[in-house]
Every structure is written in C-alpha cells, then in structure tokens.
Design a protein. Structure first.
Length: 175
C-alpha cells in the first residue's frame, strides 16, 4: 500500500515521501498515529502544493542536526555506575543515563532513542557511542564509565607540596 509520510519514519523516509508499506502497518499504526496518509490522487496533489514548506522544514532540521553534531562530535561524558570486582558493572549503562549525562555535562537535549549502541555497556572504562541525530547525520561521543573515570586527577598531598615549597625557598635564600 502506498502512503504519504507526514513525519520522519526511521528506515522508510522523511516527511513528504511516498513509500510502500504493508496494509496492516498503515491501517493499524501509521494512520491512527498520524504519521502517514493514504497516497490518493487528491492527497498527492495537496503534497505537491506543500513541497516548498516541506523543503524549508527539511533544511532547518538538517541545520539543527549539523549544529548539534558540531557540539557533540568527539566529546566525552562521564557516567557514574557501581562497579564490582574486575571492572564489571552491577547492571549496565542505559541510553537514558547517557542522555542525562549529555544534558548535564554538554547542555544538549536528546531523545534516548537517538542513542545507537551495538552492545550494552557492562564494563568500566571508555566506550564509543554513536548518536543518530537526523537521517544520515551521526555524532560519536565517548562515554566514560565508573568511579575512576569520574574522579578528577589526584592532587599532591599537602605535606609533599610544603616540602617542595621549602626547598624552593632555601634555594632562593642561598643565592
């Protein structure tokens, strides 16, 4: 059955595309959720009249996705999780945890469904994660998992700093 998409449908197409789908899928999911409408001659004629507006919205979506990609690509976020022996996590890192970390640390709001993970994150350390922003625009971020990744670098102990300062002061006085 041919339908006209009213919104982006992952794996099928974007707004204004005419695609072929199963009749049950169209009648039971796409039509009730207003994601598509039947590709009748009258609807196709209306679509042609709306093509200019659809193109403008598409340009805006692509520009927004590119801007978000510039902010996210190559960055890293830290996710705290309970870690057991040998770096194994109690459970796994979820897409929602990654989205929350991105929002808190980078200030970018995303939908958790945009996080594409091939395998679940069940160990501590650095993991590369793909973020699907829009159609073929993707960003790659590094997710740092665990207490060690979330802690800042250890600072010198106060006694060691005091000894170094004392040595520098005595050298300056002897000159």
């Amino acid at each position: 059955m041919k339908v006209i998409l009213l919104d982006e449908l992952r794996g099928k197409g974007g707004e204004g595309d005419i695609v072929d789908v199963a009749q049950g899928y169209a009648e039971n999911y796409l039509f009730p959720n207003k994601i598509a409408q039947p590709a009748t001659p009258g609807n196709i004629k209306q679509l042609e009249e709306r093509r200019h507006n659809i193109a403008k919205r598409e340009e805006k979506r692509i520009a927004d996705a590119e801007a978000t990609k510039a902010v996210l690509d190559g960055k890293s976020v830290k996710v705290d999780a309970k870690i057991g022996d040998e770096g194994q996590l109690f459970g796994s890192v979820t897409s929602q945890q990654i989205v929350d970390a991105i929002k808190a640390q980078l200030g970018v709001e995303l939908d958790r469904k945009r996080i594409a993970r091939g395998a679940t994150i069940k160990t501590s350390g650095a993991h590369k994660v793909e973020v699907n922003l829009y159609r073929d625009i993707n960003a790659t971020i590094t997710v740092l998992v665990g207490v060690d990744a979330a802690e800042p670098a250890p600072e010198k102990e106060p006694e060691a700093e005091a000894e170094e300062n004392a040595e520098e002061n005595t050298e300056a006085v002897s000159e």
